[in-house]
Design a protein around this ligand. Structure first.
Ligand code: ACM
Length: 529
């Protein structure tokens, strides 16, 4: 057990120390500085009690050249430099940790592996980016504000290769983010191998061409390069294992009943018309949606069956956004289906469709999550809502006793521009979300009771990739805004200091991103005021 003194709560500053301590991102919950420092030397010992041994081993590689000593399996030992303890009886929360640095050594304690992992992330930030081995003495008690700290990445509009997916997950974990919402399907490309429906990737993963310039420009112009790519089930298993080691849960998204043009191109019987379709070559919202027949419901449940085998997390995202109902209004079969089911509107028909997926997921012990349109057709039992069209849906969901994740366009759509001077920026979809706006984001809508507010699980960034053709461009749009969001979601609201204080820490933090080869947007771009 680590002796733990009553901590002093500090507002984003640690007095008496220079950069490394000040530059923790996200800021920790409680930090008490002490005098002196601990120095890593060749031969510094690392020890761990048995349950913490594996994570201790990963610490050795994670801390790089700062730590070269042998690893002891158990027992703190008099000369041990750094000791990790996993103690389920410590009274700490599942993601909490305590970290004590004294001249004699470093002690890290948690009740669960996630807590140890986050303690190790903090410790690695306490070491200067250059990797010299001095850590200032201090005492930290830390835990997150929210359990859902995430980022969504769209790999349909532009396919992102597996090595980048791994790098992105690693970057999430280093910022103590724990949820990767993987948007795997959309009109422009189907990116997940489904063994029972091979045409989904054979046909659905490749579009013939891609729009040049912005979707608003007329006339539209296209390149003549097919764009494709998908993840095999084996690759997905590897990504899931990699994420699990970093305490990142993957929430796969199969977006339905809209955003399905690629799937309907592969299996026309899923659609409402005889029109021959292809994966879409430009952006915007396709009019083509799934038909509401029993065979289509079974098909999608078959897709989910394989998704469940690949992704062990509780949540499966079924989209539900922007499903244009025009084809259902025009289709005699869809209208008959509505009557048969005794439904009064196309919205209710979508509610029924999503309800079928909900029943399927619940019967297998999983939880459905969908974009906030799933509120419009009547929220199915136990469903969780990703609130994107503002936070009104988050409020409504919480009032109804449903869990919700805050992902509003105004603060978390990282496909929006980072400068008002758009001519100086790479082409983006529009909008304007500077770093300061992300840092000011409050995920809990006003007016909720404390009990209702507990339904707000947290928040996440959105990286829609229409205008992000490469991993480099994703990094440019994601960072450093994700650093700000990580602090919003981890650090107690009352400890969020001024933006200037955050920015000062961020300047040091960017050296870490440099070391990791991240193509972030520099803070002081030429021409910025
Ligand atoms: C969305 O932006 N269509 C969820």
């Amino acid at each position: 057990m680590i002796p733990f003194r009553q901590p002093l709560v500090l507002r984003g500053f640690v007095f008496g120390y220079d950069e490394p301590v000040n530059a923790l991102i996200p800021q920790v919950k409680q930090l008490e500085p002490r005098s002196g420092h601990f120095e890593f030397r060749p031969g510094t010992r690392l020890s761990a009690n048995a349950p913490a041994f594996d994570i201790a081993r990963s610490l050795v590689s994670g801390l790089g050249n700062a730590l070269q000593g042998p690893l002891e399996a158990s027992g703190a030992g008099a000369e041990a430099g750094i000791h990790l303890g996993l103690d389920p009886a410590s009274g700490l929360g599942p993601e909490a940790y305590r970290l004590e640095v004294t001249p004699a050594g470093i002690e890290l304690e948690a009740a669960a592996e996630a807590g140890l992992f986050y303690g190790v992330q903090t410790l690695s930030q306490l070491l200067p980016a250059e990797g010299t081995g001095v850590v200032p003495c201090l005492s930290i008690h830390d835990e997150p504000r929210f359990p859902w700290r995430g980022a969504m990445l769209d790999v349909s509009r532009h396919f992102m290769p597996k090595p980048f997916i791994l790098k992105f997950i690693d970057l999430l974990a280093r910022h103590k983010l724990n949820t990767f919402h993987w948007h795997l399907t959309d009109d422009q490309g189907w990116r997940i191998e489904i063994k029972r429906y091979p045409r989904l990737t054979e046909v659905g993963s490749v579009r013939a061409c891609t729009l040049i310039g912005h979707d608003r420009q007329r006339p539209r112009r296209y390149d003549d390069t097919p764009h494709g790519g998908y993840y095999t089930q084996e690759e997905i298993r590897e990504v899931v294992r990699y994420a699990a080691k970093r305490h990142v849960t993957i929430v796969p998204e199969i977006d339905m009943p809209g955003h399905m043009q690629a799937a309907i191109s592969a299996y026309p019987e899923l659609g409402n018309t005889d029109m021959k379709l292809q994966p879409r070559c430009h952006w915007g919202i396709s009019q083509h949606i799934l038909n509401p027949q029993a065979g289509t419901v079974r098909f999608m449940q078959g897709v989910l069956e394989e998704v469940l085998e690949l992704f062990p997390g509780s949540f499966v995202h079924v989209g539900g956004d922007e499903a244009v109902k025009h084809e259902w209004q025009e289709s005699r079969a869809a209208q008959e289906r509505m009557q048969e089911l005794g439904l009064q509107s196309e919205e209710a028909l979508q509610g029924w469709f999503i309800g079928q997926m909900n029943d399927f997921l619940r019967s297998r012990g999983r939880r459905l999550i969908g974009w906030d349109e799933i509120l419009d057709g009547g929220l199915p039992a136990g469903a969780t809502v990703t609130s994107w069209r503002g936070l009104d849906a988050a409020r409504r969901a919480a009032e109804l006793g449903h869990d919700t994740v805050s992902a509003p366009t105004a603060c978390t759509y990282f496909d929006y521009y980072q400068s008002e001077d758009v001519a100086s920026e790479p082409l983006a979809i529009g909008g304007f979300i500077p770093l300061e706006k992300v840092y000011a984001f409050e995920p809990v809508p006003e007016g909720l009771s404390a009990e209702q507010a507990r339904h707000v699980l947290g928040g996440q960034a959105q990286l829609w990739t229409e205008y992000m053709p490469s991993p480099d461009q994703v990094e440019y749009m994601a960072f450093p805004r994700l650093c700000a969001l990580a602090e919003v979601l981890w650090t107690p609201a009352e400890l969020r200091g001024s933006f200037a204080a955050f920015e000062a820490r961020l300047r040091s933090h960017l050296k870490r991103l440099d070391a990791l080869g991240v193509n972030y947007r520099p803070l002081d771009r030429p021409g910025e005021t």
